[in-house]
Design a protein around this ligand. Structure first.
Ligand SMILES: [Zn+2]
Length: 693
């Protein structure tokens, strides 16, 4: 066997070879070991034909990766339990593919895949390489804690690593390694723009791109230009948000989705891992005192969860490794399905989620815990579940957390003992209860209490708000009662045309106002449609007209105790007096649609006082109302700005009425703290609520 052939087949260790070549030369023996390694690697590189294997075949081979030191599963690199890493790795040796975007669940080998890929090119087709994490510190950890450790366990690479002492130590730095085959390998942070400038790079590996600032993937790709079709970029990430760079780069590619084959041999249906096909025992639900489900027997959830085949009903217990392996077996039909046939062939994207490697029971527990938190108004965990486990980009108003509002114990239109009032002196207090004669010993005591009550009530306003949405020939109305802090209860909701009790005229609105004792100033009417008529009718009644605007805040001037003025930004504009002729006017406020709806979105989910302002609806609230509360979603526009938009053709009128209640809360300084700019200093502070303003 020739020496060259021996190296290729991996039977002779390079160290042994170089010594045999040079053994007759006495001076070589005195050279430093590092120099020997350098010469040897240059020599072998120039004589060795390129490794014809692809990256995963190399890694599984004898001289590939013999151990993954940081893996919980000890042993050689193997694709047996993660076959989905194979195709993405094959792209490294496919000259027709330049860009790869992986979006995958955490703990499913997505970073390891790139580490193996980067190791492979170091061995088989070296070129300037840039590995990018979010920050320089994370990149240094990746290089030190993972890559360098991995390379120690690769016979093909071990000999290429410069020592940390001796003449080559300058080649082994915190953020850069220059391999002894002279391949430079930088490991840097994408958030530092300087890292993405100047260098010519042949290979880019970008990890967790969802955390990168906008535009950095594009910057990184520009570094490949001088290598033309030889340049290769591989990006990998969990999911971030709909329309972020990672999502866009994924959608621009082939969108190849990993699918499994049903293990029922009579079925074998190849299908995506869908969360809606996961089921667990109904008995796992635990009810609270009121009979409503409020918790789960998580052990039972974990044990009973199965992926159910929608074709044959077969239940897959994915806590068993052998079952998962069978499901993911390519010989039985598992593999990638291309979802985007119009993608350019040089841009491939791959997706797999946590269900292909994590037992469904473990995921179900995480999911139910996240749902419970979401019901209390905290959707963070649910967002994380979607992004990290299902590898799906998050959108602020997913169908999933369909605003699971639990009605409160009170009945519609019931008097609320905590209702607040705004006194004549413009103080916010809890509305006192009217004294009853029977509760008092003497007529005098009663008289005293009654006079005190009358004094407090006189000229005060109940904190009740009527929000009105005007359509061409009918109205929608919501009446909500607030306590002195801004916690609120729905008292009335209704409207529409084809209903039993439609609200059709301005006089119908008068009746509602009277019946619910709403102060005229607290009747807020949306003037977006039929504007002139709304101004006219509001002017007559001393009601307040409102008009939603885009995203901006509105400047206010507030007087300080020392007589000077402060500039303050609020979600509503200072009052405008609209002239109606003959000396009559109507009060009108603009408000920020974006900010008011953001606040409403947070408020509407919370019925737990320990999580901030609560927002209640009564027993038996209508289905229609609940649907309308879930009728808009927050979307990012092409200009990068957000706005709330109707979902499909869902009615959103009652949602618009509730937005007016948020404007009221903001005017009362109960929510949406002001942003103050102190003149001259440009310093921003949040102003304390001032109920007397
Ligand atoms: Zn089946």
């Amino acid at each position: 066997m020739s020496e060259e052939a021996a190296i290729v087949s991996g039977e002779v260790k390079p160290e042994e070879l170089i010594i045999s070549v040079d053994e007759n030369k006495a001076d070589v023996a005195e050279k430093k070991a590092a120099d020997v390694k350098a010469i040897q690697s240059m020599w072998t590189d120039s004589w060795r034909p390129p490794d014809r294997r692809n990256a995963w075949q190399w890694a599984e081979g004898k001289t590939g990766i013999t151990k993954i030191p940081y893996s919980p599963v000890p042993g050689r690199f193997s694709t047996v339990s993660s076959p989905w890493v194979k195709e993405p790795l094959e792209t490294l040796t496919d000259p027709t593919c330049q860009t790869v975007q992986i979006v995958a669940g955490i703990q499913a080998s997505k970073t390891l895949l790139m580490e193996v890929g980067a190791s492979f090119i170091t061995h088989a087709a070296p070129g300037p390489t840039l590995w990018l994490d979010q920050t320089d510190a994370e990149a240094a950890d990746e290089l030190d804690g993972r890559l360098k450790e991995l390379w120690k366990h690769s016979p093909d690479i071990e000999g290429l690593i410069p020592g940390t002492t001796g003449v080559n130590r300058y080649k082994n730095k915190r953020n850069k390694v220059t391999f002894l085959n002279s391949m430079p390998f930088w490991c840097l942070g994408a958030s530092n723009i300087k890292n993405l400038q100047r260098r010519s790079i042949r290979y880019i590996f970008g990890d967790e791109t969802w955390q990168w600032p906008d535009g950095r993937m594009r910057e990184a790709l520009a570094r490949l230009k001088s290598f033309g079709w030889l340049g290769n970029a591989m990006f990998s990430s969990q999911a971030g948000h709909v329309d972020d760079d990672t999502d866009k780069n994924f959608r621009a590619g082939t969108q190849e989705q990993w699918e499994f084959a049903c293990i029922n041999d009579k079925c074998k249906t190849v299908q995506p891992y869908l969360w809606e096909n996961v089921e667990w025992s109904e008995d796992a639900k635990q009810s609270g005192e009121d009979g409503k489900p409020d918790s789960y027997d998580f052990d039972l959830v974990r044990q009973s969860a199965r992926i159910v085949c929608p074709e044959c009903g077969h239940e897959h217990d994915t806590s068993k490794t052998m079952i998962l392996r069978q499901m993911n077996d390519e010989r039985r039909g598992a593999g990638y399905r291309v979802m985007n046939h119009s993608a350019p062939s040089n841009h491939r994207s791959f997706h797999w989620n946590g269900m292909c490697s994590t037992p469904a029971g473990d995921l179900a527990v995480l999911y139910l815990q996240a749902k419970m938190a979401a019901r209390k108004g905290d959707i963070t965990e649910l967002e994380i579940f979607y992004q990290k486990r299902l590898a799906l980009p998050w959108q602020d108003s997913y169908e999933d957390f369909k605003f699971d509002i639990e009605p409160s114990e009170y009945e519609l239109a019931e008097e609320w003992e905590r209702e607040g009032m705004l006194t004549r002196g413009r103080k916010l207090i809890t509305r006192p209860e009217e004294p009853y004669r029977d509760d008092f010993e003497s007529e005098a005591d009663y008289g005293e209490a009654k006079r005190s009550y009358d004094r407090t009530i006189k000229g005060g306003k109940r904190l009740r708000v009527m929000g009105v949405d005007c359509q061409r020939d009918h109205f929608w109305v919501v009446i909500r009662s607030s306590d002195k802090e801004g916690n609120s209860r729905l008292l009335f909701e209704g409207g529409g045309r084809d209903v039993e009790e439609p609200i059709l005229t301005w006089e119908d609105l008068d009746k509602l106002q009277e019946q619910y004792e709403v102060d005229s100033r607290f009747v807020f009417v949306d003037a977006g449609h039929n504007t002139a008529r709304v101004y006219e009718e509001c002017g007559k009644r001393d009601w307040t007209a409102t008009m939603g605007r885009g995203e901006g805040m509105f400047p206010h001037r507030t007087k300080l105790p020392n007589g000077q003025y402060n500039k303050v930004e609020r979600i509503y504009a200072p009052v405008k007096k609209v002239s109606l002729g003959r000396g009559k006017t109507c009060r009108m406020h603009y408000f920020s649609n974006l900010h008011a709806k953001d606040i409403l979105h947070r408020l509407r989910q919370n019925q737990d006082p320990s999580d901030g302002l609560t927002w209640e609806v009564p027993q038996g609230v209508s289905e229609g109302y609940l649907k309308q509360m879930d009728s808009e979603e927050r979307v990012k526009k092409p200009n990068g700005k957000y706005q709330w938009e109707q979902i499909g053709a869902r009615d959103n009128h009652l949602w618009d009425c509730e937005v007016l209640f948020v404007v009221f809360l903001s005017m009362m300084k109960m929510t949406g703290g002001d942003i103050t700019t102190n003149a001259g200093e440009g310093r921003k502070t949040i102003e304390q609520p001032d109920p007397n303003a």
